[in-house]
Write a protein that binds this ligand. Structure first.
Ligand SMILES: [Zn+2]
Length: 494
């Protein structure tokens, strides 16, 4: 068996007001071509770049969140290559002295080391009109701040790599550094996959070891987490087969074909670029003062993993629910507001029950009503106070679970508070046993056949009677009381 070794290179478009080296708008939603451009991002002669402070701070913020060291000085370099979407003929990037180095991110019990996080600029976009013999270029994206994160080859399976990428994506959201929408290309993942029979992986980014093992294959065009996982699984299978035949793996770049579910050779080693990196002469070195680092550190919010641990500890939620609240950050924050609004009269030992109720109604019922919209959206009208009151009404048995769904849906569409809805619509739960018994007796006398069936041992006759009673009370009678009284009455018949 071979050991799978995976490393990642992740590009993330930063969410900043302006571009990396000019004051053009950084607007990923701009669909008119070549409107957010100027002499700097289209490389007119004599134009000079100016470093975007916001982009630098967001990169450092990411680095700090990923436990990186931030060297006191960092520098920009030129990466030279010619491509029509790159107006300058070189990209300003960081090779020798990046902003952040030597970090890590924990996935489960494992530390995935992060070699560096650096800052560069994005390229323009080429458009190839179908059936035409020309291409178009849109420079709106040229010069957008692009953060590149490089891991050490510390991942050993497709699943683990996917988990890492998903966690990274979540951290970008928590830090507010990027929307990191993979479908829109705001987060682009490249994976390096190699197989090794030796305990030690082949050195990263090096040439073929000669043994035919540990040769690195790079996969590009991965625009979903699913594609990350599937492409690695495919590549493990492909490389295992090649090695099994006694052949060598070719070091190359492969693209992922999502429809066919295969990787396809794109570029061999012989075509690899020589980027002729050299220090960017038009930009001064960057100095990261301790004061600035402290300031940025203070802006880092509670991160997903800390939140998972706290939610488990503080609210005693199971892993699945914690996962929903952490993934859906806004819903998690709303949940906490709801809990803090629960009335103080509730005894402490009853809190877990209310927390559980709130969790279930938020995750199942409310998310169903929201249909993918957020609780922070303008159209969302339920205040945390009202939601807390709603949960309390259920807990106190003032409304049945069936009525609760109606009340919640009404709250959702009008924003009204739940006790008003209940009063106005006459939805208060019937808990008066005498009244319930009276209704049950009526239902029994009208359904002699069901009673006969019950006596004959047909279990669903009991359920049928419950249904009849519920219908008669429009779902308002307390189900447990109905159940108990019906049971009592029917046993007498037996
Ligand atoms: Zn510009």
């Amino acid at each position: 068996m071979y050991k799978t070794i995976v490393g990642l290179e992740v590009h993330v478009e930063l969410d900043t007001k302006s571009k990396m080296f000019c004051s053009c708008a950084n607007d990923p939603d701009e669909h008119h071509p070549n409107v957010n451009i100027c002499q700097i991002c289209t490389a007119q002669p004599g134009s000079l770049p100016v470093i975007n402070k916001e982009a630098v701070r967001k990169t450092i913020k990411t680095g700090l969140a990923l436990n990186c060291q931030i060297p006191e000085y960092s520098k920009f370099d030129r990466k030279n290559y010619f491509y029509p979407d790159l107006p300058k003929g070189y990209q300003i990037s960081q090779l020798y002295e990046p902003l952040c180095i030597n970090g890590y991110l924990e996935i489960g019990d494992k530390k995935i080391r992060i070699r560096e996080v650096h800052l560069e600029e994005d390229t323009g976009k080429l458009i190839h009109p179908e059936g035409e013999n020309y291409s178009l270029v849109d420079f709106n994206r040229a010069g957008i701040p692009l953060m590149e994160l490089v891991t050490e080859p510390d991942m050993n399976s497709a699943k683990e790599t996917r988990k890492f990428a998903e966690e990274l994506h979540l951290i970008m959201h928590y830090l507010n550094v990027s929307d990191a929408d993979m479908e829109k290309g705001q987060m682009r993942v490249e994976v390096n996959v190699s197989l090794s029979t030796k305990g030690k992986p082949a050195p990263y980014r090096t040439e073929d070891s000669g043994a035919g093992l540990g040769t690195k294959v790079e996969i590009k065009n991965l625009n979903s987490f699913r594609a990350v996982e599937r492409s690695i699984d495919y590549e493990i299978k492909r490389q295992t087969e090649i090695l099994g035949r006694g052949e060598k793996i070719i070091q190359e770049t492969r693209g992922w074909d999502d429809i066919e579910g295969i990787t396809v050779s794109q570029r061999g080693k012989e075509e690899a670029h020589d980027y002729r990196y050299f220090p960017e002469p038009d930009l001064p070195p960057l100095h990261a003062s301790q004061e600035m680092l402290n300031e940025i550190q203070a802006e880092i919010p509670e991160l997903p993993q800390e939140k998972r641990e706290r939610f488990k500890r503080e609210y005693e939620l199971d892993e699945k629910n914690v996962g929903v609240f952490v993934y859906n950050k806004n819903l998690g924050e709303y949940f906490e507001k709801v809990i803090s609004e629960l009335p103080p009269k509730i005894p402490k030992n009853q809190l877990p029950r209310l927390i559980k109720l709130a969790t279930n109604y938020l995750i199942t019922d409310l998310q169903g009503l929201l249909r993918g919209e957020s609780v922070t959206g303008e159209d969302f009208l339920i205040t945390p106070e009202n939601f807390a009151e709603f949960i309390t009404l259920i807990y106190e048995g003032k409304i049945s679970s069936k009525i609760a769904k109606m009340v919640l849906s009404e709250m959702f569409s009008t924003g009204a508070d739940p006790s008003h809805i209940i009063e106005e619509k006459g939805l208060v739960q019937i808990t008066d046993e005498v009244e319930i018994e009276k209704i049950i007796k009526e239902v029994i006398s009208k359904n002699p056949k069901a009673v006969e069936d019950f006596k004959a041992g047909k279990e669903n006759a009991f359920q049928y009677l419950i249904g009849q009673i519920m219908a008669k009370t429009q779902g308002k009678a307390n189900p447990k009381i109905i159940n108990d009284i019906l049971q009592q009455i029917l046993t007498k018949y037996k």
